[in-house]
Design a protein around this ligand. Structure first.
Ligand SMILES: [Zn+2]
Ligand SMILES: [Zn+2]
Length: 218
C-alpha cells in the first residue's frame, strides 16, 4: 500500500495513504498543502497539538471545504468546529464498528493515552487493501489486526533505554519520563504486536519514534 510520511514525532504527525486518506494533521499547512488536491478524508486520532494543529485545520477548512474529518473523540470534534470545519463534514464515529465512507471503510479502536485516543483500521476500496494506524498508546493488548497489508505503528522508546534514562535524568525530566510507559508504545510491545498479527505479505513502518529528548508531552 502506498503511503507517505509528512511528519511522525512529537513535533508533528501526518501520513498520507493512497493519496486520499490523511492520518492526523499536526504539521504546518505549507507541508500538507501539496497533498490536499487528492486528500478526501482526514482522520484525527486525538486532540494533542502534534496530531491536530489548529492553525492548519483553519486553513484546510477555508481552502478545502469539502474535505471530510473523522474522529471518535468529543474533544477533537469540538476543536474541529472551533476552527471552522463545517459540521456536515465531521464524522464523529463510535469505536469498534466498521463504517463505509465510500472510498474507504474505517473502524476506530480505543487506545490507552492520557486523553481519548483511537487507532484506525482502514480499507482503501479502489486498491482493496487494509491498513492500521496506531499511535500514542501505552498498550495494544486486546487489539487484533491479522494479515493487514500495512501496519503504521508507534515505536516510541526502547524499554531498556527508558530505564537507563530514568536513573540518570534530572528531577524535572523524571516527572515526564515516568509517564511515558503509560502514554506511549515501546518497540518491544510494537514488535510483539507485529509478530502476532503480520502475514507473509504484510509491511510495517515504525512511527512516532522519540529521539529520547522527550520534548513536549504529546
Ligand atoms: Zn498524544
Ligand atoms: Zn503524539
Amino acid at each position: 500500500m502506498k503511503y507517505e510520511i509528512i511528519g511522525s514525532s512529537s513535533k508533528g504527525n501526518a501520513i498520507v495513504v493512497e493519496d486520499i486518506l490523511l492520518l492526523d494533521c499536526g504539521v504546518s499547512y505549507a507541508k500538507i498543502k501539496p497533498y490536499l488536491k487528492k486528500v478526501k478524508i482526514i482522520f484525527i486520532s486525538h486532540e494533542h497539538k502534534d496530531h491536530l494543529l489548529p492553525s492548519t485545520i483553519q486553513k484546510i477548512a477555508y481552502n478545502k471545504p469539502t474535505i471530510r474529518f473523522v474522529s471518535g473523540s468529543k474533544e477533537v470534534t469540538k476543536k474541529l468546529l472551533e476552527n471552522g470545519v463545517n459540521k456536515m463534514n465531521i464524522y464523529y464515529m463510535q469505536g469498534g464498528k466498521w463504517f463505509s465512507l465510500g472510498l474507504v471503510n474505517l473502524k476506530l479502536e480505543p487506545m490507552k493515552h492520557d486523553v481519548e485516543n483511537y487507532a484506525l483500521k482502514f480499507k482503501i476500496n479502489n486498491v482493496n487493501k487494509k491498513g492500521i494506524y496506531i499511535v500514542d498508546t501505552a498498550s495494544v493488548e486486546n487489539l487484533k489486526a491479522e494479515k493487514y497489508d500495512l501496519y503504521l505503528i508507534e515505536a516510541n522508546y526502547k524499554e531498556e533505554t527508558l530505564q537507563r534514562h530514568l536513573q540518570e535524568c534530572s528531577q524535572e525530566e523524571l516527572v515526564y519520563l515516568q509517564r511515558v510507559p503509560y502514554t506511549h508504545l515501546s518497540y518491544e510491545k510494537a514488535n510483539t504486536f507485529l509478530i502476532d498479527n503480520m502475514g507473509a505479505n504484510s509491511e510495517f513502518q515504525y512511527i512516532h519514534e522519540s529521539s529520547f529528548n522527550f520534548e513536549g508531552d504529546e
